[in-house]
Design a protein around this ligand. Sequence first.
Ligand code: SF4
Ligand code: SF4
Ligand code: FES
Length: 260
Amino acid sequence: MTATAEVSTGSRGAQPPVPDGAITVTLKIRRFNPEVDDEPRWDEFEIPALPSDRVLNLLHYVKWYLDGTLTFRRSCAHGICGSDAMRINGVNRLACKVLLKDLLAPKGKQTTITIEPIKGLPVNKDLLVDMEPFFEAFRAVKPYLITYGNEPTRERIQSVADRERFDDTTKCILCACCTTSCPVYWTEGSYFGPAAIVNAHRFIFDSRDEGAEERLDILNDIDGVWRCRTTFNCTDACPRGIQVTKAIQEVKRALLFKRI
Ligand code: SF4
Ligand code: SF4
Ligand code: FES
């Protein structure tokens, strides 16, 4: 279950002892509280941290010891659940997968890390965005096995080669890093976005599925695959290493040549 670091009473715990080898880093966080702010603002926090810390650890430090009102989403803390996507130094990343050692300024300079909510989705508070438009697009492509006719009496057999055909797109954790790094999605929020297409791909190319035509019809829409301009931002952003743009191209080809 995804936990959301919600508004707390603001009470702070006693700060823990600073560990040996810690350095001081500045976290510059984009804040927005719709109850009091007209516009987003920046807050800065000075934090002792180890190079082996993840950005999520630094956010926890702020939340637990400096400002209990900081709001963000996270759950597994191990790159599995996809709930802590955010813009870290201008790049979409999972906060639990980014190590401080990879963000350090050159020796002798102060390290500043900027953290903002992912772009293109409404901000509820601070780093917490409303994921509903993202999941609406995901649901619209029917991301589940569709079959017609009688129930089988045994499991649906698939060859290793047929399973391999869509292996890459099974790895999606619905973090939204791809969709919210897409310039087309930023300007035209009605575009399905790469994550929805990836999840359509996962079933379109599944030999057991019989719903490919329906999904291809859906993605042939004005807001479908043809909006993609092949800029590869989505592929670069994916924390699972999925070849997102390639999957989109394969769906385009399936539409053009009517061959799956
Ligand atoms: S390749 Fe297509 S979907 Fe991916 S970021 Fe670029 S325009 Fe968006
Ligand atoms: S394709 Fe990659 S970046 Fe996009 S939602 Fe899935 S895991 Fe996240
Ligand atoms: S908290 Fe689950 S992926 Fe980062």
